[in-house]
Write a protein that binds this ligand. Structure first.
Ligand code: HEC
Length: 163
C-alpha cells in the first residue's frame, strides 16, 4: 500500500510526460509542415508579400535601398541649391550600374525586379536629363515619379528573415 502511491504517482507523471511529448511532436510536425508550405509569395502578417533572401543578399539589397534614399536626398538638396551637377551625380549613383546581380534575380518575383529596374532607369534618365540641359523643375518632377516606385514596392513587398 505504502509502495503503491508513489508508483501510481510515477505512472501518472510519465503518462503526463508522454502526453506532453506527443503535444510537442504534433506542434513540431505542424510547424515544420507549415513552414514548408509557406511560399515566399504568401502574404505576411502585415499583408505584404514576403521575399526570403539569404542574410548576405538581404543586407546587399538593404544597402542598395539606403543608397537610393541618399540619391533622393542628393537630388532634393541639388534642387534647393539650384545645382544641376549635384542633381545629376546623386541620381547617377542609383542608376543602371546598380542593377541587381544574377543570383538575386533568381530569388525575387518578376514584378519586384521590374519595379526595381524601372527605379534605376528613372534615376539614370534623371541624371541624363540634368546633364543635357534639363531644368531643376524637370528633375523634381522626375524624382516625384521615381518616388512612386519606392512607395509602390514598399506597399507590396517585405524581406523576411532567412530561416
Ligand atoms: C522593387 C521594390 C523596391 C523599390 C522600387 C524600392 N524599395 Fe526600398 N525596400 C524594399 C523592400 C522590400 C524593403 C524592406 C522592407 C521590409 O522588409 O519591411 C525596402 C527597404 C528600404 C529601406 C530600409 C533600408 C534598411 O537598411 O533597412 C530604405 C531606406 C528604402 N527601402 C528606400 C527606398 C527608396 C528611397 C526607394 C526609391 C528611390 C526604394 N526604397 C525603392 C523594396 C523596394
Amino acid at each position: 500500500m505504502t509502495n503503491r502511491t508513489p508508483e501510481r504517482g510515477e505512472g501518472m507523471m510519465s503518462r503526463g510526460v508522454a502526453i506532453g511529448w506527443v503535444i510537442v511532436e504534433l506542434f513540431l510536425v505542424f510547424n515544420i509542415a507549415g513552414a514548408a508550405a509557406r511560399s515566399p509569395a504568401e502574404p505576411s502578417a502585415d499583408g505584404r508579400q514576403r521575399i526570403v533572401l539569404s542574410r548576405v543578399q538581404r543586407d546587399q539589397v538593404l544597402a542598395e535601398m539606403r543608397r537610393m534614399l541618399e540619391s533622393v536626398n542628393g537630388v532634393l538638396r541639388g534642387y534647393v541649391a539650384n545645382d544641376l551637377p549635384t542633381i545629376a551625380s546623386a541620381a547617377r549613383a542609383s542608376g543602371m550600374a546598380m542593377a541587381a546581380d544574377p543570383e538575386l534575380k533568381k530569388k525575387v518575383p518578376a514584378a519586384f525586379l521590374r519595379l526595381g529596374m524601372q527605379t534605376h532607369k528613372g534615376f539614370e534618365d534623371l541624371a541624363d536629363q540634368a546633364t543635357a540641359g534639363g531644368t531643376r523643375e524637370e528633375a523634381l518632377a522626375a524624382l516625384a515619379a521615381i518616388s512612386n516606385n519606392c512607395v509602390a514596392c514598399h506597399t507590396i513587398y517585405r524581406f523576411d528573415a532567412p530561416r
